[in-house]
Design a protein around this ligand. Sequence first.
Ligand code: HXC
Ligand code: NAP
Length: 285
Amino acid sequence: MFDPFRPDLLAGKTTLITGGGTGLGRSMALRLAGLGARVAVVGRRPEPLAETASAVRQAGGQAVGVPCDVRSSESVKAAFDEVERQLGPVNQVVNNAAGNFLALSEDLSDNAFHSVVQIVLYGSFHATRELGRRLIERGQKGEVLSIVTNYAQTGSAFVLPSAVAKAGVLALTRSLAVEWAAYGIRLNAIAPGPFPTEGAFSRLMPGSDMEKQALRRVPSRRFGEHWELTNLVAYLMSDASPYQTGDMVTIDGAEGLFSGQEFAGFAHLERAQARQLLAGMKPKK
Ligand code: HXC
Ligand code: NAP
């Protein structure tokens, strides 16, 4: 890991991370707490929350795990109440909880579409509104960061509920960045490409062939590492970025651009091979 930050970068921040018990959310909890934030991880299953909170505390940070289903605004409100009882006023949220699976869209049941949109879009709305209400009431500034995906702007086949919901979260981010700027509340989004996690890869990369195919779409020729993402999270959640709001920062090794570029395939050839191929096409004098 490359660490560009001072160790108290996030002192004074109390950050609630939805879906913080596993995967990228867990890595964020460890990183933000390591930089001085008090961290609350919320999700449906108590076990991963307890494990993550304990790992943070073992590393010297402050953390609690509180069960919560982000699909329910009452559950989100109750989780905020419990976190604030234990850690004090929350001033940041990371909307990280998600649901996703590969499916033919014509085969989706009502409930399949509903369940992903409820987790991703409604869940982000519930947590963002709850934080906003509390910050506005207290006259405090704060930050909201939403983890979308690099297909939030383009859409994506075979993950329709996720694509629709992530696009909605991006619209939420941009809308509220304008509406709540007067309160000093900043909202940004991060759009990751593939970062190996059990939750995402077990559902979206069935088998090593799919993984190999996915790698071929990444010009950087590798998947992301968690520390690369968590450094970006730390920066956007810190007072080092006070003028940055309403933004979506992509972190995907240029994967998203690759798919839209006509001649991008040459980037996957060895340089000498590409040079030879292209030189062969140059008219002889
Ligand atoms: C079609 C499916 C399905 C599948 C579930 N369903 N899986 N339909 N194909 N593979 C349907 C079910 O049949 C059901 O509809 C409905 O979805 C709800 O499913 P449940 O299992 O009852 O719901 P629940 O227990 O709430 O689980 C929600 C979930 C699950 C989204 C389906 O996968 C989950 O808990 N996911 C959380 C973690 C996660 O998905 N992480 C990955 C994020 S990765 P019926 O009609 O039968 O009742 C990500 C990044 C993408 O977002 C970018 C990567 C590069
Ligand atoms: P993950 O480990 O499966 O994380 C998803 C988390 O959401 C889990 O901890 C899950 O916990 C929680 N969750 C799901 N439904 C919930 C609900 N109703 N209420 C509360 N919490 C809920 O997957 P990940 O890869 O780390 O994904 C994290 C974020 O990164 C997601 O927003 C995802 O879309 C985004 N992302 C990931 C990748 C990637 O390649 N990994 C790429 C682009 C974007 P419970 O099941 O216990 O509730």
